[in-house]
Design a protein around this ligand. Structure first.
Ligand code: ZN
Length: 224
């Protein structure tokens, strides 16, 4: 008889700094579930990995005097070493800088753009010129840049957006029709009442103010 499949993943650890106890806690809990499911006879695929792009990493690498790739190679290696020290039984360790991953991101991005689910608009936020960084109102400290403490100005940047707003009703319907889709019940209620019912905002999915991301192949000044 063919074994029933069971897929699970952890969140992928962000590689801006060394892994912390919270990351380790998560992989160990996930590992316990994976081992339990294997004992129950499931064909388990257990995925984990590292999230390796973004402005924060670009800045940390620059401060350390290394390329972003060299920086994330080191941190991702540390994460993996800890997962192995903890004797966790993951089947696949994905890095978001893996070439196959980058190619798939570019392919999906283009397909969604062609179908109209991704569109070009402007990202608005508070901008710190010396830091070349956008901040949201809630990130500001006493109305100033949280990194350098200097004043910030409202600014706009060309960006691509994902039409997430279009999917709220469909998601609510799906979650209500499939009671086991999100468990426990309290989390399902939280998702519906706090996120979906107030209305989803379109999501900014590209930036031009830094380089360390996956280039949009048909508009390469943007990175995902
Ligand atoms: Zn600043």
């Amino acid at each position: 008889m063919e074994k029933k499949k069971f897929y699970m993943t952890t969140a992928i650890a962000y590689t801006s700094a060394k892994p912390h106890i919270g990351n380790t806690y998560e992989i160990v809990l996930a590992d316990a579930i994976a081992r339990h499911k294997r004992m129950e006879g499931f064909d388990v695929f257990f995925c984990t990995g590292t999230d390796e792009h973004g402005q924060k990493i670009e800045e940390k690498a620059e401060a350390a005097g290394v390329t972003p790739k060299a920086y994330v190679d080191k941190v991702s290696g540390e994460v993996r070493k800890i997962w192995d020290t903890m004797n966790t039984t993951y089947d696949y360790f994905i890095r978001t800088t893996d070439v196959p991953h980058e190619k798939v991101v570019q392919k999906i991005f283009k397909k969604m753009y062609e179908k109209g689910d991704i569109y070009k608009s402007e990202y608005e936020g508070m901008y710190c010129t010396p830091c070349e960084s956008f901040w949201t109102e809630s990130q500001l400290v006493n109305g100033c840049c949280p990194d350098c403490g200097r004043p910030v100005q409202p600014a706009k940047e060309e960006a691509y957006f994902f039409k997430m707003s279009k999917y709220a009703d469909r998601l609510i319907q799906y979650i209500e029709d499939n009671p086991d889709f999100i468990v426990p019940e309290s989390r399902k209620k939280e998702m519906i009442n706090n996120f979906l019912k107030p209305g989803l905002q379109d999501l900014c999915v590209s930036r031009t103010s830094f380089k360390w991301g996956i280039p949009v192949d048909f508009d390469p000044k943007h990175v995902v």
